[in-house]
Design a protein around this ligand. Structure first.
Ligand SMILES: N[C@@H](CCC(=O)N[C@@H](CS)C(=O)NCC(=O)O)C(=O)O
Length: 206
């Protein structure tokens, strides 16, 4: 059975858990990480030298980086169920997933750490304000994209891009900030909320 290492409170771990649910893949999740009592730090670092979760263990195969894990699972176990077979559509899925991991994530990190995690290291109000503005700007990019009339991030078929962007949008929606109105994003989140995977891994977390 697949083993997923990392706390379910981690948004990056939840990408992998939701992907498993979409593919009906049984998995075992364990709260592993540096400092976690039941593991040796050396053993964990041997699996992921970045000391971060998630880590996927698929028999003898070990990998890290949440979005890459989602793509691996879809390719290895999903056939064309989650990842489109057509090259250009698959490329667009990868485009949005890379954008989520780099541009979108970096936009909201400071504000999230300040306002939700109450991190003492993230209390510069100018940086909080800039991060909130960048957060909204990135959500606006998604809103504009979806307002062109697709149900999902790439066409009308649910893909791993919807998992990683859906989780990020759920975090934005739950954040204790004023939210500009983004009708296409609201409608998209309402569609995602129909899915058991969203209900399990996005709806009840910050
Ligand atoms: N780019 C990595 C980022 C992973 C990451 O930042 N993980 C956080 C949790 S969301 C982490 O492991 N933090 C240290 C810890 O929890 O011990 C990925 O997407 O997998």
């Amino acid at each position: 059975m697949l083993k997923i290492l990392g706390k379910a409170s981690s948004i990056n771990v939840r990408k992998v858990l939701w992907t498993c649910d979409e593919l009906d893949l049984p998995f075992f999740r364990e709260d592993w990480g540096v400092g976690f009592q039941s593991t040796s730090e050396a053993a964990f670092l041997a699996m992921n030298p970045n000391a971060q979760v998630p880590v996927l263990v698929d028999r003898a195969f070990v990998m890290w980086e949440s979005n890459a894990i989602c793509r691996y699972l879809a390719t290895q176990y999903g056939g064309s169920r989650l990842l489109p077979a057509f090259g250009q559509q698959k490329a667009l899925v990868e485009q949005w997933m890379d954008w989520q991991a780099t541009e979108f994530n970096n936009a909201w990190r400071y504000a999230f750490m300040a306002l939700v995690r109450n991190s003492p290291a993230h209390q510069d109000s100018a940086q909080v304000g800039a991060s909130i503005a960048a957060w909204h700007r990135h959500v606006g990019i998604i809103d504009q994209h979806l307002s062109m009339g697709t149900d999902c991030m790439v066409g009308n078929t649910f893909t791993p891009a919807d998992i990683v962007i859906g989780l990020s949008l759920a975090r934005w929606q739950a954040a204790p900030i004023e939210h500009p109105i983004f009708p296409a994003v609201d409608a998209y989140l309402a569609r995602l909320a129909q899915r058991p995977g969203y209900q399990a891994w996005a709806a009840n977390f910050t």
